[in-house]
Each structure stands twice: as structure tokens, then as C-alpha cells.
Design a protein around this ligand. Structure first.
Ligand code: GDP
Ligand code: ZN
Length: 291
């Protein structure tokens, strides 16, 4: 029988594929190797359950290198309120990269157990117009995790962010939370610390998968042009077409509607400053390309 399923993990040339409520282990058809086709975690596939064979890989919506995973729908950009202090430029770059790949971003503000409410709102204010919802949480106390899982909706989600913000702690806390709260896990989560790490999809609930290995490379930003960046800033959308110049990058141009909105307090200034930093980095890269 041919079934459609999803690759949850791959070890030693074998793939754990979920079809409905069952998880089976499959080997790819020999022709895959001949054609140099490598199945990825997250791939939607057709399997032959009798022959225990992976027959076909369905087209991918996207694929990442770090972590190696296909068909990602959401990216949770994780930061900590402190320890380490948030690197908001990196956060903004991850948001951009997600938007470029058509992956829905969300912001997770971890270690809220260590901070006062005003430290949280100082960050919330900066992203109010970004289109990415922000979830204050604590992987340590579990505060906010149910809300975060609820906000995830459906699809496959990966975590990204600077080191030390609590990504691994969050993966564990979310997986544990899902076990306790929802309980419909088709996978065994227990896993010895000594085992080699492979990327794996954890089913938090039906139609919601978490990539257990944080990552996400910024490679995508190497392909973005200075003209494109502004379109990935959601807060600028209402001002599109209102600047004096058609190709206004909202930088030094006179008669810029975005700058006017910032001066009027309608858009966040800090976020715009980081946009300009990113824009400058891209311009430098574009100039160096011809040297
Ligand atoms: P990663 O590098 O992003 O994967 O971060 P880790 O999950 O390894 O966490 C880094 C450090 O932060 C560890 O010492 C964690 O115990 C700590 N940590 C993680 N989440 C929280 C939290 O919600 N509150 C506090 N106070 N510490 C946390
Ligand atoms: Zn402008």
C-alpha cells in the first residue's frame, strides 16, 4: 500500500516516516542514490508500507541547511530579556530571512522570570508593527508556554537566535509541555544524552511539528538587494508609494513618508535605525561585488 507521510528523522540511510498515526522505518529506493537525491527531515513523501520503501519525495516549499530540514512554515526567533542582552540586529536579520523565504516569523522573549515587566515592554514596543507576534515566556518556570504553543497554529516550526538565549531549554520545555498538556504524541521523546544528535521533528500536537535542533542560517540575506529590504519590513507597508521618490529606500531621501512617520512617533525609531544598518551592510556588499 502506498501512503503519504512525513519524514520525522533519518539515521544511517533509514527514515522514520509518519503516516497518519503510525511511524515506520523506510529505506529509499535505490534510484535515489543513483540520482543523488537525499531525503530530508520534513520531507513529504510517498512510502510503500509493505515493501518498507520510500518511493517518492514530494516537492519542497523550502529547505534549510542549518538545521537540515524541509518544508518549514514558521520560525521562532528567540531572545532573552537579559543574560545575554538581546542582539536586536540579529533578531531583525532573522526576521528578514524568514520573510524572504515566506516563513512566518514569531518572536519569543525568554527568561522572563529574571526581568521586570518594563524590560519586556521595552522590546515589545520595538516590534509592535513588525507583524511578528511576541510571546514572553520562561523555559525555566514554564510561564507563557501554553500561550506560545497556542499561537503556533499549524505547520512546522524551528527555533533560531543567539547562543545562550535558551533555545535548547525551550525545545525541551515545549516537548515536555506538549506531553503533559496535549498528550497526543506519536513519538517517543525520551532520548539519552549520549546518543548522536540528529535533526528530528517533534509532534507537539496534530499538524504541529517542532524541529528539535535550533539553527537557521542567514545565507538568504546574501541574495537580498538594497531595493528589496524595505518590502520585508511590514511596518513600512502602509507608507508604500507615499514618499516623494518612487524608489525611496527610506534612508537619506528627502520627502520620505517613513521618516515622517518616525518623527511623528508612529513607527519605532530603533527598529528603523537597524533597518538602515542592514541596508548599509547590503550596499557595501553590492559595491564590493564589482571589485
Ligand atoms: P541555547 O544556547 O539558546 O540553546 O540556550 P540554552 O537552552 O543552552 O540555555 C542557556 C542558559 O540559560 C542555561 O544555563 C539555561 O539553564 C538558562 N535558561 C534557559 N531558559 C531560561 C529561563 O527561562 N530562565 C532562566 N533564568 N534561565 C534560563
Ligand atoms: Zn521613503
Amino acid at each position: 500500500m502506498i501512503h503519504t507521510g512525513r519524514i520525522l528523522k533519518g539515521v544511517g540511510g533509514q527514515y522514520w516516516v509518519q503516516t497518519g498515526d503510525a511511524v515506520g522505518v523506510y529505506k529509499p529506493r535505490g534510484v535515489f542514490r543513483a540520482q543523488d537525491i537525499k531525503p530530508m527531515v520534513g520531507d513529504r513523501v510517498k512510502v510503500d508500507t509493505e515493501k518498507e520503501r520510500l518511493e517518492e519525495i514530494l516537492p519542497r516549499t523550502n529547505s534549510l541547511v542549518r538545521p537540515p530540514v524541509a518544508n518549514l512554515d514558521m520560525l521562532a526567533v528567540v531572545m532573552a530579556v537579559k543574560d545575554p542582552d538581546p542582539d536586536l540586529l540579529m533578531v531583525d536579520k532573522l526576521l528578514l530571512a524568514a520573510r524572504m523565504m515566506d516563513i512566518a516569523p514569531m518572536l519569543v522573549l525568554n527568561k522572563c522570570d529574571t526581568a521586570e515587566a518594563k524590560a519586556v515592554s521595552a522590546i515589545e514596543i520595538q516590534y509592535a508593527g513588525s507583524g511578528a507576534p511576541l510571546y514572553p515566556v520562561s523555559a525555566r518556570t514554564g510561564a507563557g508556554l501554553s500561550n506560545l504553543i497556542k499561537g503556533m497554529g499549524k505547520g512546522t516550526l524551528a527555533l533560531a537566535g543567539q547562543s545562550g538565549v535558551g533555545k535548547s531549554s525551550l525545545v525541551n520545555a515545549l516537548a515536555g509541555k506538549a506531553l503533559m498538556d496535549i498528550g497526543s504524541l506519536s513519538q517517543k521523546l525520551a532520548r539519552g544524552k549520549h546518543t548522536t544528535r540528529h535533526v528530528e521533528l517533534i509532534e507537539l500536537r496534530a499538524d504541529l511539528y517542532l524541529v528539535d535542533t535550533p539553527g537557521f542560517s542567514l545565507i538568504q540575506l546574501d541574495t537580498i538587494s538594497a531595493e528589496q529590504v524595505r518590502y520585508f519590513m511590514e511596518e513600512y507597508a502602509p507608507y508604500e508609494g507615499q514618499c516623494r521618490f518612487n524608489g525611496c529606500l527610506h534612508d537619506h531621501e528627502p520627502g520620505c513618508a517613513v521618516k515622517a512617520a518616525i518623527e511623528a512617533g508612529k513607527l519605532n525609531k530603533d527598529r528603523h535605525e537597524r533597518y538602515k544598518t542592514i541596508l548599509d551592510e547590503i550596499k557595501v556588499r553590492e559595491e564590493n561585488k564589482w571589485k
